[in-house]
Write a protein that binds this ligand. Sequence first.
Ligand SMILES: Cc1cc2nc3c(=O)[nH]c(=O)nc-3n(C[C@H](O)[C@H](O)[C@H](O)COP(=O)(O)OP(=O)(O)OC[C@H]3O[C@@H](n4cnc5c(N)ncnc54)[C@H](O)[C@@H]3O)c2cc1C
Length: 387
Amino acid sequence: MEVELGEDWIEIRDSVRRICEGYPGAYWRDLDERAEYPHAFVDALTESGYLGALVPEEYGGAGLSLRAASVILETIHSMGCNAAACHAQMYIMGTVLRHGSAAQKQQYLPGIASGELRLQAFGVTEPTTGTDTTQLKTRAVRDGDDYVVNGQKVFISRALQSDLMLLLARTTPVEQCRKRSDGLSVFLIDLREIEGKGLSINPIPAMLNHNTNEIGFDDVRIPASSLVGEEGRGFRYILSGMNAERVLIASECLGDARWFLKTGVEYANERVVFDRPIGQNQGVQFPLARAYAETEAADMMIRRAAALFDAGENGGEAANIAKMLASEASWHAGEACLQTHGGFGFAKEYDVERKWRETRLYQVAPISTNMILSYIGEHVLGMPRSY
Ligand SMILES: Cc1cc2nc3c(=O)[nH]c(=O)nc-3n(C[C@H](O)[C@H](O)[C@H](O)COP(=O)(O)OP(=O)(O)OC[C@H]3O[C@@H](n4cnc5c(N)ncnc54)[C@H](O)[C@@H]3O)c2cc1C
């Protein structure tokens, strides 16, 4: 197993940078103002084929490694753009790829690879159970050739910009299960077919432009063929995709950190107060230097986690650590960048406050820092389960 140092995948980096140059800060500020989805940016990325990076070539994708996908997302974020509008198109399909039937793969993966079909909504979180996923209340009950779904999901991003959604629902009541993680099932549902048939999707206004929604299911009938894998094993299927997701999200954090550092250092060198550049003051310089050190450490951990994943190893420890370190590095870099800009950090035209809001998310979603620490404490260090 090799971990490359320095700029790997240079052609991909250059090509993604060229795409991103067409979407400067003004583009994102305008969308942020209107809470609008970045259609043009997502279309450009779709056309480039990068969103199909992880779909195997036999289904029309690029069949690239997780490391290559991680470089794509890092580059997008290092350019001041935001891949959150479409990153899930890259990795949600992994559950179908690993656990779906041959017919499901043939039916959906080519369209997902080309971008003709959008699978970028992932319905897990619920209002009353939150992080305690195994207690989720959404029920899918088999009825003839259908399942009937009832329940509520919250913070389901991009549901209005997605054709398909991967849904986690309980198929066997928890009281009848040996383990609380049993009895959950995954469904690949076609949102277009259930529109107006008991499905409601309502946007949640949020502190960042993330196109996230509350979703209600009121006796929604979905075909039994939308079940992915075996009934009752859905929790395991979801977990199996999480390491890839952690590495990819960590890569976005890394890109954010690099954007904050570049922007902060440039400003620190240019801005003159008390007859000297503010970057000459250690109080301004050191937070940026510290955030740089944290960013480099996170970069190494991301490369390690991606290498383990690409080698087929269980990279849970590395993926979790990478996600935690990268989200903290980007937050610290964001804080240092904002502070360095003084009052101008709050002026929208500098983009710092927008990126600062965007990068804050990653300590909460898709998994909060506390849950990663719990994982390390229990599964890596061998201490008692804390929840
Ligand atoms: C913008 C945005 C987009 C999102 N997109 C999606 C999506 O597309 N699909 C989806 O399914 N979900 C999505 N989420 C949901 C996200 O994954 C959850 O918000 C997150 O998992 C935390 O769940 P919660 O908000 O219910 O917090 P809670 O579970 O209520 O937790 C609140 C706080 O308490 C802490 N906490 C809880 N239990 C413990 C414990 N035992 N030990 C230590 N700390 C604990 C948590 O770490 C957290 O900080 C999104 C959220 C946001 C904000």
